[in-house]
Design a protein around this ligand. Structure first.
Ligand code: ADP
Length: 198
């Protein structure tokens, strides 16, 4: 076999890719109740960052549970495995220099700690979308609260399964009395320094 010159035998590193993209890659991890606004803010933030020249990718239940996690349900073990795989996938995005915006209920400290451990403390930016249960339930975007109240969905976070609020999130956004645009701008202002080149 032909000898491969050492210069071609190693992969390009994260630093090269970050500098190519003119940004620092991070995982922006949105946690909060169903209907709190995670996906809406994540989508708005993706657009805003992209419009400013950043390269971003959103990971959420829609694009992971239909593919890489399509063999998982909602038991405790499956929820953990869901977050484990999402976290490992996020790490690959980090290595590609890409800012990853993750939107997952991730209801317990244990589950978020696992994500933090896999991703690495300095790259895991916890964003708590803090919306009172009553408001999430009023919004009931997907009609899930109604089903949970009727007993048609078991172990629904906020109803018959706990949500443990993060103790010291990097960002806490209160959406109850805010427009979507204001919430997106609020999060953007908090994270922009973290992802800008040093
Ligand atoms: P989650 O992803 O947390 O389940 P969604 O983003 O799907 O929640 O739904 C949140 C709903 O709340 C959307 O219908 C959105 O328009 C509405 N909403 C009202 N105000 C806000 C706000 N300030 N930020 C985010 N969403 C808001």
């Amino acid at each position: 076999m032909e000898n491969i010159h050492p210069i071609f035998s190693t992969l390009l590193g994260r630093k090269e890719k970050e500098s190519f993209l003119n940004q620092r890659s991070k995982v922006l991890w949105f946690t909060g109740l169903s209907g709190s606004g995670k996906s809406t803010i994540a989508a708005g933030l993706e657009k805003l960052l992209f419009s400013k020249g950043h390269f971003v990718q959103v990971l959420d239940g829609d694009n992971t549970r239909t593919g890489i996690n399509n063999n998982l349900g909602f038991s405790l073990d499956d929820r953990k495995e869901n977050i484990r795989r999402v976290s490992e996938a996020s790490k690959l995005f980090l290595d590609a220099g890409i800012i990853c915006i993750n939107s997952f209920v991730s209801p317990t400290k244990e589950i978020r700690n696992m994500a933090r451990q896999i991703i690495g403390d300095k790259d895991f930016i916890e964003i708590f979308v803090n919306t009172p249960l009553e408001i999430c339930e009023q919004r009931d975007v997907k009609g899930l609260y109604k089903k949970a109240r009727a007993g048609k969905i078991k172990s629904f976070t906020g109803i018959d399964s706990p949500f443990e609020a993060p103790a010291s999130p990097a960002v806490e956004v209160m959406t109850a009395d805010q427009t979507v645009e204001d919430s997106v701008q609020f999060v953007y202002d908090k994270i922009i320094k973290l992802i800008s080149p040093e």
